[in-house]
Write a protein that binds this ligand. Structure first.
Ligand code: F6P
Length: 408
């Protein structure tokens, strides 16, 4: 049965200027009625909505496709997509998702729903009576979900999105989380989808930088994303044959980094590749901040360390050092086969949880198995690279330097 947007209440808040969540009409949003299968599990829900929040990454569309197809095809559950993450929940924008809407999107990067990493319904900044104020609009969002007749909301995102999802779960909203991020920094899952593609993209970039480094005898410094963790830089650095890898979990000493560059040069290696995570920091120092984004769940945007290092290395070693910041390239493009499969499994598992009424859970990968964990557990802890990670040991064994200060 399709939900009718026209029936939703239109509220007016006196003295509120600019776009007011209560004033914005729910989107024309009616999914095709779908036949309910006669056999198998009887779904406990009739309508499910999805949103993609935070930074985009490859595999989001594959999840949307898997949830929608499983819901409609297997269970006759109607599906909806909230536009631009929590922004759409605040401003009441959604669309029906039918089979044809999700057809052909498996290989498509980004998200057909749009995303936002700035909107927090629990602390939303808006103009009221000409003044910028921060208000809690979560109650209005819960009301919108009720009006739309959504029996389940699937929140697909990283720690910010999942933290807000957990807050909505506490308010009684039936929620299921799906972990996404190129950072792979969620402790409750072995891998988030999007990570594998980002590693692949970064490795291709390092491969290309190698040829210029060799031809011009330069020190090439490549800056990767990953926020406060070094999963991306470590995996891409090892796979790309980085000579020096700097990650947040192992604070570096600039003297040790320069010494290694000079040692390589004297040994006849006429170039060095330095792979640095955006969150890497010197011993006793702090991360390099590029800017602050107002209203964001995590307002700090890291960046700039590659240029800093290039400057320090060229001044100290008199070798030519150049910086390349991979930036959002790491979030773009078509998902790898690994991410397409992981996203499909996650989406399928999320739909199976939804039809059984198992809310407040997050799907996760443990070993080779897709499992589900309590939503709050999914966001409890930042997953950092353990310093005794076998990949670090293997990298050291093949001569990779992590820039640690020399002992003694
Ligand atoms: O969390 C994903 C991520 O790409 C981080 O690796 C990076 O620090 C951040 O998002 C960048 O955010 P934005 O797209 O707002 O610049």
């Amino acid at each position: 049965m399709a939900a009718k947007s026209k029936g939703t209440t239109k509220r007016k808040k006196d003295g509120v200027s600019g776009p007011t969540p209560g004033d914005i009409k729910a989107a024309e949003c009616s999914a095709d009625p779908v036949p309910v299968p006669k056999k198998g599990v009887r779904p406990k829900i009739r309508r499910l909505a999805m949103l993609t929040g935070g930074g985009d990454c490859p595999g989001l569309n594959a999840v949307l496709r898997a949830v929608t197809k499983t819901c409609i095809h297997k269970y006759g559950v109607a599906c909806y997509g909230v536009e631009e993450g929590f922004h759409g929940l605040i401003y009441r924008r959604a669309q029906a998702l039918r089979m044809e809407d999700v057809s052909g999107i498996l290989t498509l990067g980004g998200t057909i729903l749009g995303s936002s990493n700035k909107d927090n319904p629990f602390s939303h900044t808006m103009l009221i009576n000409g003044k910028t104020q921060t208000v809690d609009l979560s109650g209005e969002c819960v009301e919108y979900i009720r009006q739309m007749g959504w029996d389940c909301l699937v929140a697909i995102g990283g720690d910010g999105t999942l933290a807000m999802a957990a807050q909505f779960a506490k308010k009684g909203v039936p929620i299921i989380g799906v972990p996404k991020t190129i950072d792979n920094d969620l402790s409750a899952t072995d891998y988030t989808f999007g990570f594998h593609t980002a590693v692949q993209t970064a490795v291709e970039a390092i491969d290309k930088l190698h040829t210029t480094a060799m031809s011009h005898h330069r020190v090439m410094i490549v800056e990767m994303m990953g926020r406060y963790t070094g999963h991306l830089a470590l995996e891409a650095g090892v796979a790309g044959g980085g000579d020096i890898i700097l990650i947040p979990e192992i604070p570096y000493d600039i003297d040790a980094v320069c010494k290694e560059v000079v040692r390589r040069s004297r040994a006849g290696k006429r170039f060095s590749i330095v792979v640095v995570a955006e969150g890497a920091k010197p011993v006793g120092g702090d991360v390099t901040v590029a800017k602050m984004i107002e209203g964001s769940h995590d307002p700090v945007r890291l960046g700039g360390i590659a240029h800093l290092l290039a400057d320090q290395i060229s001044r100290r070693t008199h070798l030519e050092a150049r910086a390349t910041v991979l930036g959002h390239l790491q979030r773009g493009g078509t998902p790898t086969a690994v991410d397409r499969i992981l996203s499909t499994k996650y989406g399928y598992h999320a739909a199976e949880l939804a039809v059984r009424g198992r809310f407040g859970r997050m799907v996760a990968l443990h070993g080779n198995e897709i499992v589900d964990v309590p939503l709050e557990k999914g966001i409890q802890k930042l997953k950092q690279v353990p310093v005794d990670d076998p990949l670090i040991a293997a990298a050291r064994a093949v001569g990779t330097c992590f820039g640690e200060p020399e002992e003694g």
